[in-house]
Write a protein that binds this ligand. Structure first.
Ligand code: NDP
Ligand code: 8X3
Length: 250
């Protein structure tokens, strides 16, 4: 029987590539994001391979999160795999000049949004005593770099929450793991630098960064292990990257 995966942040980057690979590998997919036009476009693309359902909501809106997930049709109501991927960095400023709205956005999306979505889905998993949750952290979950302050704080929180989920959900036989990518060439930097495309593309210049498909491929590997195997914590970087700040560029 086909499994069902719910992917947040499926309108772009890592989430979109994950939806694509899972749809082509016998998963039904529930695509989430705010931009309905992109969700619909991806739905038409992936309907050739599998059953697709779209849910448009902002992860910051807890009522919307609970209401949308409650509204899932019967055929999508058993969620085997939750990929908590929605998130972004907003700004790259020293703590003394950081923007409060940027801080709110990162904490509300990367931390609270991940919790709201999890809260809507975990009771379905504990009841069935099965499920798999993958949280997308970052190398910023493992180290802090200059001006990364709050973004790194949110990703450290994702790391801690993932460990907490694994402990609390252990009695229910639910798999919980986190994947922590280094620099991946997606829309991430465009969002971080608020549409400054020159600054965004400069981040990936002079080396071969990870692509969204590289992470999606790993997510597919992780979810397709036998059920007794839980890949708990994985850091993945481009070969050119040794740490958040050490990147071998041409
Ligand atoms: P993208 O900007 O390409 O994608 C971000 C996704 O998150 C979009 O689909 C967006 O959908 C969704 N999203 C953002 N805000 C919200 C919101 N308020 N409500 C619902 N969905 C939201 O970035 P990536 O694919 O790179 O990022 C995915 C994850 O990977 C993030 O958690 C990021 O922190 C993490 N990561 C990224 C790295 C990188 O270098 N790119 C490295 C390490 C981790 P929409 O706008 O339609 O709502
Ligand atoms: C994204 C990677 O190094 O820009 O989480 O923080 S980095």
């Amino acid at each position: 029987m086909k499994k069902t995966a719910l992917i947040t942040g499926a309108t772009s980057g890592i989430g979109k590539a994950t939806a694509q690979i899972l749809a082509k590998n016998n998963y039904k997919v529930i695509l989430c994001g705010r931009r309905q036009d992109r969700l619909s476009e991806l739905e038409s693309e992936l309907s050739e391979y599998t059953e697709v359902h779209t849910l448009a909501f902002d992860v910051r809106d807890k009522e919307a999160v609970l209401e949308r997930i409650d509204s899932l049709p019967e055929t999508f109501s058993v969620i085997d795999v939750l990929i908590n991927n929605a998130g972004n960095a907003h700004g790259l400023d020293p703590i003394q000049t950081g923007d409060l709205d940027d801080w709110d956005a990162m904490i509300d999306i990367n931390v609270k949004g991940l919790l709201y979505v999890s809260k809507a889905i975990i009771p379905r998993m504990t009841e069935r005593k099965s499920g798999h949750i993958i949280n997308i952290g970052s190398t910023a979950a493992k180290e802090v770099y200059p001006n990364g302050n709050v973004y790194c704080g949110t990703k450290h929180a994702v790391d801690a929450i993932s460990q907490g989920m694994r402990i609390d959900l252990n009695p229910f036989g639910i798999r919980v793991g986190a994947i922590h990518p280094g620099m991946v060439e997606t829309e991430f930097s465009e969002v971080r630098f608020k549409g400054d495309t020159d600054r965004a593309s400069s981040i990936y210049k002079g080396f071969t960064p990870l692509q969204a498909e590289d992470i999606a491929d790993i997510i597919h590997f992780v979810v397709s292990r036998p059920y007794h195997v839980n890949i708990a914590d994985l850091v993945v970087m481009s070969t050119a990257q040794a740490s958040s700040t050490i990147v071998k560029r041409d």
